[in-house]
Design a protein around this ligand. Structure first.
Ligand code: PBG
Length: 330
């Protein structure tokens, strides 16, 4: 007896006594193969351009992107998700540069595929916002509203040119209704039955995308709230999930990750396909900024966020720290 009552009958602390004991009983661990590196490639530059709001992340030249892809392979990362940043002059109302076989993303896909072949899963962002002058993920009708079905036609074309250019996986991120089904059909009809779809299934309208806008040089007019989801909802996410699976999604994604771990856990419980989570630009920027101020231990915080995402049920994590984290984990 202690002075105040019985000794504890059970002592969970026994299994926390040494680092190797804790490692032995760890229920989850992040492996380099879980990680996918999102990367930006910008047209018309001859030096990489730093992204101010994402310290350590750059807009790549075609040449430095090739090198980044090789580094990712060497670090043991599984995939790379490519985003194209066209010259401003090439942006227009319908995002023509997104379907130009010689558009920056298509050139980058060819470069990376020829550089690393099948040693990396090469993925492409399938969305119009990088290519439209108004910055929306779709085309607009005469009243300036997003035209869902006209946008689907554009996505079908994008799927084909991206697959032609060497994408193993396309990642539709525009949140148009029916996008997965149309893209599956377009791929199948153009001989790309083997190209997979990583569907951005649960994508919330989020303030944490802020730094990404700088990364792709997008000057968005208005907001994306008529197509991205309201962050108060989760039943709606399960509905989006059912639709995407029905339309042929091979993998599904929850995005952002950190503030939506409850949603990620529900999705992971509900499906039998791989579940990806995207730790987005604002999640990256918050840790980097706090670390720069000396307020948190950067390396520990990174590993903690990634482990939390894994614990919630992600089988794959897209993170701007992919290469660094993979090296640290080996
Ligand atoms: C859309 C897209 C976005 C991101 C990935 N794909 C931006 C948006 O929907 O506003 C955000 C990624 C990030 O913030 O890291 N093409």
């Amino acid at each position: 007896m202690t002075k105040y009552g019985a000794f504890p009958g059970s002592r969970p602390r026994r299994l926390r006594t040494t680092p190797v004991m804790r490692r032995m009983v760890a229920e989850n661990r992040v492996h380099p193969a879980d990680l996918i590196l999102p990367a930006f490639v910008r047209e018309g530059i001859d030096q990489p351009v730093p992204i101010e709001a994402m310290p350590g992340v750059v807009q790549h030249t075609r040449e430095t992107l090739r090198k980044a892809a090789v580094e990712a392979v060497e670090a043991g990362v599984s995939g790379i998700m490519l985003f194209g940043v066209p010259e401003d002059a090439k942006k227009d109302a319908v995002g023509t540069a997104g379907t130009d076989p010689d558009g920056i993303l298509q050139l980058a896909l060819r470069d990376v595929r020829s550089e690393v072949g099948d040693d990396l899963v090469i993925m492409s962002d399938l969305c119009l916002d990088e290519y439209t002058d108004h910055g929306h993920c779709g085309v607009l009708d005469a009243d300036g509203r997003i035209d869902n079905d006209a946008t689907l036609e554009r996505y079908a074309e994008m799927a084909q040119v991206q697959a032609d250019a060497g994408a193993h996986v396309v990642g539709p991120s525009g949140m148009m209704d029916g996008q997965v089904g149309v893209i599956r059909d377009a791929l199948d009809q153009t001989g790309h039955e083997d190209v997979s779809i990583l569907a951005y299934t649960v994508k919330y309208s989020s303030a944490f995308y802020g730094p990404f806008r700088e990364a792709v040089g997008s000057a968005l007019q208005g907001d994306r709230k008529t197509y991205q989801q309201d962050f108060s909802n989760v039943r709606e996410s399960l509905r989006e999930l059912a639709l995407d699976l029905d339309e042929g999604a091979d993998m599904v994604m929850v995005k952002p990750a950190g503030p939506y771990l409850d949603v990620l856990a529900k999705v992971a419980e509900a499906v039998d396909v791989p579940v990806a989570a995207y730790q987005i630009s604002g999640e990256y920027a918050m840790v980097e900024a706090a670390a720069e101020k000396g307020w948190i231990d950067r390396d520990k915080a990174i590993l903690e966020t990634l482990t939390g995402i894994k614990r919630a049920g992600a089988s794959t994590i897209l993170t701007y720290w992919a290469v660094e984290a993979a090296r640290a984990l080996r």
